[in-house]
Design a binder for this molecule. Sequence first.
Ligand SMILES: NC(=O)c1ccc[n+]([C@@H]2O[C@H](COP(=O)([O-])OP(=O)(O)OC[C@H]3O[C@@H](n4cnc5c(N)ncnc54)[C@H](OP(=O)(O)O)[C@@H]3O)[C@@H](O)[C@H]2O)c1
Length: 292
Amino acid sequence: MNNSASSLNNKKKFLILGCGFSGSFFAKRIRELGCTALTSSRSDNKDQNSFVFNSENGKVPNKKIFDGVTHILSCIPPDKNGNDPVLGSLKDQLKSLSLEWVGYLSTTGVYGNTKGNWVSEIDLPNPYQNRSHRRLNCEKQWIESGLPVQIFRLPGIYGPGRSIFETIRNKKIRVISKKNQVFSRIHVADITNAIIYLLQNKNYLKFYQIINIADDEPCSQIEVIQYCYDLLGLKMPKPILFEDAKKELSPIAQSFWMENRRVSNKLLCKTLGYKLIYKNYKLGLKNCFLNS
Ligand SMILES: NC(=O)c1ccc[n+]([C@@H]2O[C@H](COP(=O)([O-])OP(=O)(O)OC[C@H]3O[C@@H](n4cnc5c(N)ncnc54)[C@H](OP(=O)(O)O)[C@@H]3O)[C@@H](O)[C@H]2O)c1
């Protein structure tokens, strides 16, 4: 398998739409491989490689930004009506380009509640939350766009600067216990590396339009929090039962506890041969601990 950077070189120009946590990590890595990467944000900033795109106020990028673009990665969530902000504003522009590839970061929320069972790409989506219905609609819009799109379904994203350590530090941690409840997660470095792996091996691997990127070990949130406290050498607060904690949680926080699923990465890691950098939360959190 080709693990070199040969297929991603200085002739490739990426537009990363939505340069938040995952987008900025991806941009940094793809530049290290010699590619050009321009990134969008909703407001002006001093970064020379950044441009403004904000579907909410109709601010679209200057046409020159699109010159020579070969790859697009969209990290922008659905709008409040369940439409994709990128397609709503830029579809014609994107269709006029000679794009080799378009990546779209989606969520495993589209699978809904599997009551703790494993779920994979061959399972039909069964969204439960409104936001997951909106997301599924955006996936549909991307597929129907006719662009060469690949959709990545992601569980909870964490990494240096965005992990339980920050929640503990900000004193916002709630240790909640709910029987048999698990969450899947993914380290931001594995999102980037898995996508780059697929791009570098594009000519050898079968193309799958929808791929989960998740680690090997879905587990309870308490295990994860306990591990962070152990690394910090601190005592974890006593867990609160979900039923007791529920009334204090925001509707969005509550909604995450309403779904229980184990997201399979077999397609990515077995069929397609990607090797995770952080196979489980312990490896991933150790990296966050050392880099925070
Ligand atoms: N966070 C998670 O645990 C998680 C899990 C699964 C899937 N996802 C999804 O995966 C994607 C990437 O996640 P992330 O956490 O890396 O995202 P993030 O840090 O929240 O970044 C989102 C980006 O989208 C931009 N954006 C939002 N609305 C926009 C609009 N209407 N027009 C233009 N730009 C807009 C934001 O612009 P600004 O930079 O100006 O704010 C930001 O750059 C998102 O779609 C997210 O919903 C997230």
